[in-house]
Design a binder for this molecule. Sequence first.
Ligand code: C2E
Ligand code: MG
Ligand code: MG
Ligand code: MG
Length: 286
Amino acid sequence: YAAKRRRDGVVGYDVSLDGGDTNRLTLLSELRQGVERGELVVYYQPKVELATGATCGAEALVRWQHPERGLLAPGVFVPLAEESGLIDLITADVLEQALAQIAEWERSGHELPVSVNIPARSLADDTFPLMIVDALARHGVRPGLLTLEITESAVIGDTQRAGEVLQELRAYGVKISIDDFGTGYSSIAHLRDMPPHELKIDRSFVMRMSENSRDETIVRAVVDLGKNLHLRVVAEGVEDESAMRALRDLGCHEAQGYHISRPLPAADLTVWLDRAGSPDLAITAV
Ligand code: C2E
Ligand code: MG
Ligand code: MG
Ligand code: MG
């Protein structure tokens, strides 16, 4: 089979997994097994505060260390997992690993907030808030160190219920972020119905903002919207210094992207934290 490696070394596309129900079924059963065997690995991509350059958090990004196919990007298996319901198992696994890591960083003197991606449809599950609360308690992690990045790949059936679930979690102290804001199903209505703490501007706008003035205008409008609603505004997909500077000038709070650092294995992020986010590590670490 032919597989395409991305710039960050992860297999982002694999033709042998294209189309065909047989391929999908094979992958799905391998994935179920893989989760049970502990083949999911969590990488962490640091986020910096634009005003100071300080590392202010990290996003947990899942990869699958497949025994034959290599390190697979979430784009290869998360959509399939979402369709099949296997995603709940993946969410629970990533959450476990991320909370254990937050606790470990805390023990070594780094208090680092971590964001975990949550598919919006999980919010319809009545047991979801309890799962989060239980996992936090077991790891002895303060709820404020956990941010849930809500990602939508489809319309949420029951937005009212989703709003209630998020409200419960907010009351408990967990932070809520709307991911990929401005694209797909991630709509402005959510700011009213499921008020978050944070807005994450989709990388498709940020990546092009240096060359395309329309993208820059959109980023500016989202930054203003977020700030006027007293939300934290994060830009993802910051790939160069000019985007970094533009975002700082717009008053965007935080940035995440290859220009700062690729997603890193936990041990490498620890080195990064020990060096207080030294910029030369960003270039060498892949
Ligand atoms: P996302 O949550 O929007 O995550 C950001 C994605 O942008 C990550 O891709 C990250 O590696 C990539 N990225 C970061 N900086 C740059 C940059 O400067 N340029 C470019 N071109 N890309 C950048 P990744 O790790 O492949 O994840 C893709 C998506 O898969 C995520 O998008 C998220 O929707 C989903 N995902 C990742 N981990 C999980 C997970 O644990 N659970 C769920 N349900 N979904 C996940
Ligand atoms: Mg995300
Ligand atoms: Mg995103
Ligand atoms: Mg995105």
